[in-house]
Each structure stands twice: as C-alpha cells, then as structure tokens.
Design a protein around this ligand. Structure first.
Ligand code: BG6
Length: 472
C-alpha cells in the first residue's frame, strides 16, 4: 500500500440535500414543494418525469415528509460529521422553507432561523460550507400558479430566494451552487424543475425553454452573489463522460452529441454564452428560444465547475443493437467492460479521471467533485457493526483516479462524498439504497428508530481525511 497524498487544503467533504433528509415537511411554516408530491412506489417515475400530475393522497407514502428527520437531529448529525473530520459539508436550502409559496413579499423567519443555526453549528465545528440553492425542489405555489420553470416569472421568484439566502447566510457559506445537476431538468422534469406536460405540448420545446430560464436565473444569481457575498459561486452538472459504444463513426458522433446535451449548460455558465452548435440543434428540432435578449446577463460566469460522478455513459447510434443501461437518470447503452452496482449503475473509476480531464480541458476553471459514492444494501452484523468493504473499495478506487487526475494537472478544489449519512434515494425513494458512512435505521416503508450508527467506512474515511491521502 502506498499513500497518495492530496494537495494541501484539499476539501474532503460529505453531502446531503434538504429534500432527501430534512423531513418536517409541514413544520416551521414550510410550504409544500414538488418533492412532497413524489411518492415511493409505482407512481414515482411517471410523476418525477412529469408524465403524470400528482395530488397528495393518503394511500401513498411520501419519503420526503419525514426524510431522516435531519430537521430535528442536525446538531447530533453535524457533531458526528465533525468527528469524521469533514473539512466541508454540503447541503441545500429548501426553497419552500424560505418562501413557502414562492411569491410572498417577505421570507419565512422560522426557515431563516433554522438554516442560520444549522450553518452556525457547522462553523462552530470548523467546517466550510457548500450550499446548493435548489436541489430538486421548487415550491408547489410556483408550480401551481406559474407552471414552474415553464414561466419566465419564475426567474424573479428564484432570484428573490437566492438574494435572501446571500443576504442572510452569506457570512457562513464558502461555496454556492445555484442548481443541483442543472442538466437533470431535461431527464427528470418534475423533480428537476416542477414541469408537467399536457398531451399535445411539445416536450422538447418546454424542456429547453425551462433550461434557458434556469440558466438566466443562474447567471443572475452569480451576479448577485458576487455583489453581495465574498463566497465563490459555481455551476453543477450530473457528470460522467459519454463513450462511443464502438469506433463506428455513427457511435462517435452520437457520443459527441450526447455529451453536448450535458455540457452546453456548463458552456453557458462558465463561458457566458451558448456554444455554436446549439443554434443548429434548436433549428433542427424546431425549438424556439430567444437567447439574444438574454445575452448580456449570461455573461456572468461562475468561479468553479462542480459535478457529480457516479458512472460513465455509453452512446450508440442504433440503440436496438444492445441492452440499455438505466444508470443515473440518463439512459445509455450497456458497457460490456464495466461491472455494475446492485442498482445497475456502472462502476468506472477511470471514468472519473477522464471526466475531470475533459471538463477541465473545455472550461479551464477549478473543478469540484461534489457527489460520488456507492448506493448499496448494507447488512447489520450480529455484533451491530456494518462491514461495508464494498463501499470502501469503491471510494478508494475513485480517489486513486482523482489523484491521477490531479497529477494530470487538473485543479480540483475537493471531493464531497454523496449521502454521507444514509438518506432517501432521489431516483427510487428507497432507504435501502444506502450511500452513507453513517447508517440510519429506517426502511423503505418509513419504519425504524432513525438511530445513527457509524459504518466501517466511517473509520476509513476519517483516516483518509486525517492523513490527507488515500492508501492504495
Ligand atoms: C444525484 C443527486 O443525481 O445522485 C442526488 O444529486 C441523488 O440527489 C444522487 O441522491 C444519487 O442518486 P440516487 O437516485 O441513488 O439517490
């Protein structure tokens, strides 16, 4: 075993998100948000994808209503994370805790007080903070009254929320991200942007129009953040390079275009304008978006580029040729060279080095890995321990790849492990798809004591952080 040392001040972290942990959905004046209408079970996918409209229904179980009760337990949870040695903690602010319906004139003071105390608690433990403004949530007030991100007016409602956060929490937050995985709005429109579709609507027109409004909102948030705070503000996509399935030029061309549907977001946010190919893409699809009127505001560019990395993707021109791989939200072809997790996500550590290099080569801004981890089933042994060597193995390999990427010359601010405490899965709504180094006693139906237990990976990660390096 040799120790691979990371750069001084490398930010080792752990991430959660409000919508998957806080619970307390109707406590402290919080308004209903889109996530509260996404049940566990058969109706989850059609609702998440915007195919089916949802209304609260007693027969359904909604995991976000209780989460892991982080809302009430954050002091103990943050103390455990401090014990782990985290240098940085990532979470998000529930929009409907600050503006319950989205369009109130003034913010909800109980929501402000909650996040102030949470952030002060982190600071008291010497942790830096990376805060996502919108992590797959939007107040239902905005969805019902304004049609979510279909409507340009949502930009101003979002900006009011963002500016309230900058004003109230700017002194605590070191790094901001306007939208979690902004590209996901194209793939999971209701969870990503509060979008639903009527039968005869042009889905692609709506998706790219919503994406454009989110990009304008992001640029406005960047402008305000720079004026109002001393923190850095970045952008974030669900990362993972697209490989061509074969050297058939048709597959290579497909992979290039698939990559572009991800990275054009970063082009706008990091370079300040739409890339040249989006014009012909929109024309070919008959999508009409007035980009020129927003050209000036889009010039507000981010300070760093963040991404989540779980898996690479594989593109094939003729999908009927091979089996599909559902992977993380974006469907691609099955890569015969890679093993998969229990949930069918390919495991590709080298893909992280490839993704780091490709993104940096293209944007030349510091990068931040703000999510990575293995969703797996954990077993509690007779002695009460959880021996999650598979998770340690996954992380060790990804850290080695990240180390190699840094040796390649990619400036990387830090690594934030996803779901550092077990939480509700965004895709499936399950608790049994666990990412944490801290186990939470709760099952897929919502039963359990919520007791927290350190897993074997907790001690392992503690050592990695302590020695600022990984033994491989
Ligand atoms: C990312 C999201 O896409 O992947 C998280 O930002 C999510 O919210 C994570 O939880 C893992 O996905 P899942 O579906 O396994 O929870």
């Amino acid at each position: 075993m040799t120790l691979k040392n990371f750069p001084e001040n490398f930010l080792w972290g752990g991430a959660i998100a409000a919508n998957q942990t806080e619970g307390a959905w109707n406590v402290g004046g919080r308004g209903i948000s889109n996530i509260d209408l996404i049940p566990h079970g058969a109706n989850r996918q059609p609702i998440k994808l915007g195919y089916k409209k949802s209304a609260l229904n007693d027969a359904e179980y909604y995991p976000s209503h209780t989460g892991i009760d982080f809302y009430h337990r954050y002091k103990e949870d943050i103390a455990m994370l401090a014990d782990l040695g985290l240098k940085i903690f990532r979470t998000s602010i529930s929009w409907s805790r600050i503006y319950p319906s989205g369009d109130e004139a003034t913010p909800n003071q109980a929501g402000i007080a909650y996040y102030r105390d949470l952030f002060q608690t982190c600071k008291a433990h010497n942790m830096k903070l990376l805060v996502t403004l919108a992590h797959f949530d939007i107040p239902m007030g905005i969805v019902d009254k304004y049609n979510g991100w279909k409507n340009r007016e949502t930009i101003d409602l979002y900006l009011k929320f963002a500016e309230t956060c900058f004003e109230q929490f700017g002194e605590y937050v070191d790094f901001w991200i306007p939208f979690n995985e902004i590209n996901v709005v194209l793939h999971s429109p209701f969870s990503g942007g509060g979008l639903t579709f009527d039968e005869n609507e042009n889905r692609e027109q709506i998706l790219y129009q919503a994406a454009h409004y989110m990009l304008v909102a992001s640029a406005k948030a960047v402008e305000s953040c720079h004026k109002m705070t001393t923190g850095k503000i970045g952008c974030m996509i669900a990362g993972g390079s697209f490989y061509p399935y074969s050297c058939n030029p048709e597959d290579v061309w497909k992979s290039m275009n698939d990559e572009r549907t991800n990275t054009f977001f970063v082009d706008v946010q990091a370079k300040g304008k739409y890339p040249y190919y989006m014009k012909s893409f929109f024309e070919a699809k008959g999508i009409q978006i007035d980009i020129d009127s927003d050209a000036e505001i889009l010039k507000q560019t981010v300070d760093f580029v963040a991404f989540s990395y779980y898996a690479s993707r594989t593109s094939i021109a003729d999908p009927s040729r091979v089996e599909k791989n559902e992977g993380n939200i974006i469907v691609s072809a099955k890569n015969p060279y890679l093993k998969m997790s229990d949930w069918g996500w390919v495991i590709d550590p080298l893909g992280l080095r490839i993704t780091m290099n490709q993104i940096y080569e293209r944007f030349e801004k510091p990068l931040f890995v703000v999510e990575n981890g293995l969703g797996a089933k954990d077993v509690i042994e007779a002695d009460g321990t959880i021996q999650d060597d598979y998770r340690i193995n996954y992380m060790q390999q990804h850290m080695q790849a990240m180390y190699d990427g840094i040796q390649d010359g990619v400036p990387l601010l830090g690594y934030i492990s996803w779901g550092i405490i077990d939480l509700v899965s965004a895709s499936t709504g399950e608790m049994s798809k666990r990412y944490g180094m801290i186990y939470v006693d709760k099952d897929d139906a919502g039963n359990g004591t919520l007791k927290r237990t350190k897993k074997k990976s907790f001690d392992w990660y503690q050592q990695v952080i302590h020695q600022n390096g990984v033994e491989v």
